[in-house]
Design a protein around this ligand. Structure first.
Ligand code: AQP
Length: 346
């Protein structure tokens, strides 16, 4: 992989944001704060075109029950809309309905190197000790992710901290493609990893990120949890016996406290410092109910709107079909030109 950051070539591209979420389970508070809420902010800022995707082809790199996958994809679409994504202002679609992702993904499989892929920490974590039995798709996942981004010539990608390495690989693939073929065709995309909650941790184990596929439901807040479930999970969240400190330095060595403060800050659109200024000296017995109230106030409207949208599945399918059509309007000419650059006649 390249050791030095390349000069940015972004000025020649239309400012465009792309990001995706896997329909591999229900949405968590981690997905909401680390991704979805920021997708909405970028849409509302109006500075970039925004393209958002349900990445179902990524989800099947590990086993998905077919009925669950279909349901989770529609529920994720409902989650995007309930969180504030407007399918008119943003392009919102499902990855497998836009075949250009897979086609460019194959070309990138031939650009990326085995060594690059084997260094991906997510591959190592997910394949674990049983790499020989992991799917080939799980290994190649980051090349498809690069295609997801680059088939739109996206200039910026908002993601959580866990995706940073994959974004670096996307940049390396763009640079290698451009160098190999002597072109300046793909943008060297910038990751956008910012805000108080770029890495929301499990409520049960602060060494692990909050994840939809964690076997423990108590480890996460699901966007579909009701007020009682949210309050109970926050009440039971692992913490320490100390009161909250006055400053961020006081949170050092206290990952559970840090996590809850970050969650509060992100939900309230405040800095972690401002939250500490308000709660310095408070015990968790006082802070946790305040956090639970805030989480319920922010998440309940999303969850009820998701439930409402899910009652009209034909409408969700119609929106997704329309989103895929709009996505293809951008992706088709970019793939066609890529094929020409590579020398593929078509
Ligand atoms: N805990 C998290 N904190 C902050 N951001 C997070 N994201 C995920 N978990 C957290 C961000 O959500 C976006 C979509 O992620 P994804 O669904 O494509 O895959 P993931 O990162 O693997 O998420 P999960 O919930 O952990 O899914 P599973 O369990 O299926 O692997 C990304 O921008 C991610 O950074």
């Amino acid at each position: 992989m390249s050791d030095t950051a390349p000069a940015s070539n972004l000025e020649k591209f239309t400012p465009r944001v792309f990001s995706g979420i896997q329909p591999s389970g229900g949405l968590t508070l981690g997905n909401y704060l680390g991704a979805m809420k920021r997708f909405v902010d970028m849409q509302d800022a109006g500075t970039h075109e925004t393209v958002y995707c349900m990445v179902d082809m990524h989800a099947i790199t590990v086993w998905q029950d077919p009925a669950d996958l279909a349901r989770n994809t529609r529920e994720l679409c409902a989650g995007f809309i309930a969180s504030g994504i407007d399918p008119e202002r943003s392009i919102l679609f499902n990855q497998s309905q836009v075949p250009e992702h897979a086609q460019l993904g194959w070309i990138f499989n031939c650009v990326a190197r085995m060594g690059w892929m084997s260094r991906m920490t997510q591959w190592k974590d997910r394949a674990g000790k049983n790499q020989q039995n992991a799917s080939l798709g799980l290994f190649a996942y980051p090349a498809l992710m690069a295609a997801d981004i680059l088939v739109y010539h996206a200039t910026h990608v908002p993601v959580g901290e866990d995706q940073k390495q994959h974004l670096e690989l996307t940049r390396d693939i763009a640079i290698k493609f451009n160098n190999d073929f002597g072109v300046d065709f793909f943008p060297v995309t910038e990751p956008v990893i910012e805000g108080a909650a770029t890495r929301v941790m499990s409520l049960r184990d602060s060494s692990k990120k909050m994840s939809k596929s964690d076997p423990s439901d108590a480890s996460r807040i699901n966007l579909t949890d009701d007020a009682d479930a949210i309050a109970k999970k926050i009440r039971k969240a692992k913490t320490d016996p100390e009161p909250l400190p006055e400053t961020l330095e006081g949170l050092e060595g206290r990952p559970e406290a840090r996590n809850l403060i970050n969650i509060y800050a992100a939900l309230a659109d405040q800095s972690a410092e401002a939250v500490l200024a308000e709660y310095a000296g408070a015990q968790f017995g006082q802070f946790k109910p305040a956090l639970a109230d805030l989480a319920v106030a922010k998440l309940a409207p999303i969850s009820s709107e998701m439930a409402r949208l899910m009652q009209d599945q034909p409408e969700i399918d119609r929106l997704l079909a329309r989103g895929a059509e709009r996505a293809r309007e951008i992706a088709t000419p970019i793939l066609k030109r890529t094929n020409e650059i590579v020398g593929m006649i078509g």
